[in-house]
Design a protein around this ligand. Structure first.
Ligand code: F6P
Length: 318
């Protein structure tokens, strides 16, 4: 049997741990494994090489993806999907494992609809997929954001300021929510919650009246740019307000314990399910268990906003 693996879309810490788990589990089970470079772009171009036990040595702890990644516009077309399916056939790749986010999983579904055998693994720092509690890379991104918040807090305290910290997340505010909770942010601005800036500023001022010397506002990028918020918050509170966009630092770095384990479990189980001829699924972690869910069904599962965490964060940061 021959399988292929690719990483696609935005990279995420833990993708390498996942590739390693796939390659080693495959070889252990006498399955040939090919690495497809640069995501769907590399698949379209036949940029494909066999992988060995040694090609994945020493990558467990590395951020990024050794297979590299891309966002291919051509792949998103019918012609692109057809061409990709042909390349898989040409290389004798019977099963394909796709590690990536929402767009990548939709690509896997399109390939499956053309008859390809695929298994998806959720890898994105955004944690924006409804079918799994956690995606590979999210925990590391939150840990990076948390480290930044702690540092920003030091200087924000010294100067008695407000600091707006912008993190990634276009439609999903999970990075801001989880880092905001663990970093004790005084206010959260998330795409899932209607923003009432007057109420936020009132809250910041009430905290100041009670003796708070500084405040952190977590902002998910989907709600706008931190610069605009700084101007408005400073105007309304009359407190000097600075801002920081954490940017791509959130996508890099050595994966956390949780991401390495999540990636290893998902990679291992993806290969085992292929060995059992159970494909057309995505790997998920739900309530602590690992399972495969049919791709189409999985992609229809809505992402549930953790209102309970939001409410708790609001109480704890008064
Ligand atoms: O990986 C997800 C994500 O980081 C989003 O939060 C962000 O908006 C986007 O990717 C940016 O990615 P790029 O600039 O690499 O296309």
């Amino acid at each position: 049997m021959r399988i292929g693996v690719l990483t696609s879309g935005g990279d995420a810490p833990g993708m390498n741990a996942c590739i390693r788990a796939i390659v080693r589990t495959a070889i252990y089970n006498k399955i040939e494994v090919y690495g497809i470079n640069r995501g769907y772009s590399g698949l379209l171009e036949g940029d494909i090489t066999p992988l060995s036990v040694y090609s994945v040595a020493d990558i467990l702890q590395r951020g990024g993806t050794v297979l590299r990644t891309s966002r291919s516009e051509f792949f998103a077309t019918d012609a692109g999907v057809r061409q990709s399916a042909n390349v898989l056939e040409e290389y004798g790749i019977e099963h394909l494992i796709v590690i990536g986010g929402d767009g990548s999983m939709n690509g896997a579904l399109a390939l499956q609809k053309l008859g390809a055998s695929v298994v998806g693994i959720p890898g994105t720092i955004d944690n924006d997929l409804g079918f799994t509690d956690y995606t590979i890379g999210f925990d590391t991104a939150v840990t990076t954001a948390l480290d930044a918040i702690s540092k920003i807090r030091d200087t924000t305290y010294s100067h008695n300021r407000i600091n707006v910290v912008q993190v990634m997340g276009r439609k999903c505010g999970d990075i801001a929510l989880f880092a905001g909770l663990s970093g004790g942010a005084e206010a959260l601005i998330l795409p899932e919650v209607e923003t009432d800036l007057d109420a936020i500023c009132l809250r910041l001022l009430q905290g100041k009246d009670r003796g708070k010397l500084h405040s952190i506002v977590m902002l998910a990028e989907g709600c706008g740019n931190y610069r605009d918020y700084c101007v408005k918050i400073e105007e309304k509170t009359q407190v000097t307000t600075k801002g920081t966009n954490l940017g791509y630092i959130q996508r890099g770095g050595s994966p956390s314990n949780m991401d390495r384990n999540l990636a290893s479990f998902m990679g291992y189980n993806a290969v085992l399910s292929i060995a059992k001829k159970e494909t057309g699924t995505v790997m998920a972690q739900r309530c602590g268990s690992y399972l495969g869910i049919p791709i189409e069904e999985a992609l229809q599962m809505p992402k549930i906003f953790r209102q309970d965490i939001y409410d708790m964060a609001s109480v704890l940061s008064i």
